[in-house]
Design a protein around this ligand. Structure first.
Ligand code: SAM
Length: 303
């Protein structure tokens, strides 16, 4: 077994010098003081800093007295920039990559560049730091692991609901993880309502907004309660949404429902209930009652 002394931590007073290659540098998610000495060293020592919006990164660098060449790298130019950046890295350049906030690549640009750097066998480093998803998870009071970070749901309702149905199917297949979503403030109420429909109104959940900033707030409750609160008191600013893991009862109910629906497609309601009750080791009477409920739900609404 490895002893902690086998890997002594780097002394805090001597952050590593900037290294040749691409360094992914995490930056604050709101509070400009949330930047590590190693991050500042990496930025100060870079030949250039690749960033999403030069105005945002200039503000951060100015606050820390850093003056450095900035090159924009965003979703629209990342692919085109890759050959030139690989050539510079091949000549030994020290490039840092930041996003507007938090950890680069996490719902932010940089993944395509990172893949190209790895494929070219060039050096790649990371200076870890703030991330809104993990910060919200720690504040939520929901089980911290396993968690599943899903980023932004599609904005269009049909695509969003299809994605939620896919997540629900994963839960029915056994996934029991805290789910984390990023969301734009104007869509929070609608997304919470969609989550309540897809995952269940009583599922424990949390909404964390404006983390590390003046109006930081975490709301906790069921998905239905949070959806109502987002309507009556719309959460302003940046928001992370979290839903707790599916309960074993909900998963059991879902698999029972699936088995019943499949059986009811080929058999009478009574025979389907009997077969599924046997397969699940459940009382026939309660499975029959559930089969009646499902049959009523499946009936087309009267004209
Ligand atoms: N790369 C970033 C990270 O590591 O967290 C995320 C960038 S993504 C483009 C922006 C989204 O992250 C926002 O829409 C919001 O959902 C979330 N976010 C970023 N900063 C936040 C904050 N201070 N409070 C709450 N959510 C935040």
């Amino acid at each position: 077994m490895q002893d902690a002394s086998d890997n002594p931590p780097m002394p805090a007073a001597s952050p590593a010098p900037p290294l040749a290659g691409l360094t992914l540098v995490a930056t604050p998610i709101g509070n400009l003081d949330d930047i590590s000495p190693r991050a500042l060293t990496a930025l100060r020592g870079a030949d250039a800093v690749l960033c999403e919006d030069t105005r945002v990164t200039s503000r951060l660098l100015a606050r820390h007295g850093i003056s450095i060449t900035l090159w924009p790298l965003h979703d629209h130019n990342e692919e085109a920039q890759i050959p030139g950046l690989l050539a510079r890295l091949g000549q030994g350049a020290r490039l840092a990559l930041v996003s507007d906030a938090g950890t680069p690549l996490v719902s932010d640009p940089g993944f395509r560049l990172v893949r190209a750097v790895i494929a070219a066998g060039l050096p790649l480093h990371a200076v870890p730091g703030p991330n809104a998803a993990v910060t919200a998870l720690t504040l939520s009071g929901l089980p911290p692991h396993p968690f599943l970070f899903l980023g932004f749901l599609p904005a269009r309702p049909a695509a969003r609901d299809a994605e939620l149905a896919r997540i629900k199917a994963m839960e029915q297949a056994g996934l029991a993880a805290t789910l984390i979503f990023y969301e734009a403030p104007q869509r929070v109420a609608e997304t919470l309502a969609a989550l309540a429909v897809a995952l269940g109104a009583t599922r424990p959940a949390a909404l964390a907004r404006e983390l590390t900033k003046r109006f930081e707030e975490t709301r906790r409750g069921t998905l239905a309660e949070l959806a109502a609160s987002a309507l009556s008191d719309p959460p302003r600013g940046e928001v992370v949404l979290l839903a707790g893991p599916a309960s074993p009862e909900a998963q059991g109910q879902a698999s029972l429902d699936d088995a019943l629906r499949a059986a009811m497609a080929d058999m009478s309601l009574r025979d389907a209930a009997a077969a599924v009750a046997l397969g699940h080791g459940l009382p026939r009477r309660s499975v029959y009652a559930r089969a009646l409920e499902l049959a009523a739900l499946q009936k087309p609404a009267p004209e």
